[in-house]
Ligand binder design. Sequence first.
Ligand SMILES: NC(=O)c1ccc[n+]([C@@H]2O[C@H](COP(=O)([O-])OP(=O)(O)OC[C@H]3O[C@@H](n4cnc5c(N)ncnc54)[C@H](OP(=O)(O)O)[C@@H]3O)[C@@H](O)[C@H]2O)c1
Length: 284
Amino acid sequence: MSRILVTGATGNAARHLPAKLLDSGHAVRVLAHIRPADGIDPRAETVVGDLTDAGSIGDALADVDEVFLLTADDGAAAFAKAAAARTGLRRVVLLSSKAVVNNEFDGFDNPIYRKHILAERRIAELAVPTTMLRPGGLASNALRWAPTIRAHNRVQALFPELAAPLLDPEDLAAVAAVVFDSSVDAHRGKTYTLTGPEIVTVAEQVRILAEVLGRSIEFVQLTEDEAREILSRTQPPEFVRNYIPVQRRYLTITPTVHDTVTTLLGRPARSFREWVHANATRFN
Ligand SMILES: NC(=O)c1ccc[n+]([C@@H]2O[C@H](COP(=O)([O-])OP(=O)(O)OC[C@H]3O[C@@H](n4cnc5c(N)ncnc54)[C@H](OP(=O)(O)O)[C@@H]3O)[C@@H](O)[C@H]2O)c1
């Protein structure tokens, strides 16, 4: 059993991982921005730190065998610096993104793609065995609609026909747990592209949400100006500038379903509908 540092565990992608690792008998240290971290399994040790600060990562890495690494905005630069100064690290599992293989996005100066590409490079250069996880869009992204569903039974989006094989974050955590439960060599140097089992459009997601939540939900199509204005409340200008061209490009691509989750877990990946059932209270 290992001592594993889990990063990003207050977020959607990694929130299920600490409990799974603890259930398998690993010791877990969570690196969180602030203490006490909401919703962190009480069996985990929590340390405060920032993934863009090599000093705090160095402290968090003390006595750690393995790391589940979220890609921070610096493209893992601080982590790479801290890890290079450490000996005895047995494995890094990097939470990357399927976006890095979307070479159809060449020419888009998108900070999200860039940080993942840089992180993959930096982690691959470390003298530590690595496994890369490349999820596509997560089912939990639908939580961005929770405030308007709660307040007005409404979803606002730009392109109702936008389609993706959304991945349940529980499946992402289950895959990461399988990797950590296996020998380093079993997944050393592997890259796993992870998707859900079926392609769902935005309009279908809204229909499924309405059915499962048992309420009628109105879909409101945003204009491009409205979408930019809403995004700019939370996202940096560089992201806002690129968002609509990238979404338009996605509209021209037929998304691919990958069977990696089924192969690694020995069961089908969970559907968007199953995710909504499990998370219905988060929309109330
Ligand atoms: N959502 C998707 O569809 C998707 C798809 C593919 C890849 N990904 C990648 O998966 C990762 C997580 O996505 P998510 O949907 O889980 O996002 P999220 O819900 O916003 O969670 C982000 C998590 O990262 C932590 N974090 C961010 N910057 C940090 C820093 N500098 N130091 C320490 N902790 C930091 C946050 O902690 P605080 O809450 O304390 O700030 C939070 O726990 C991202 O790298 C994203 O690019 C996401």
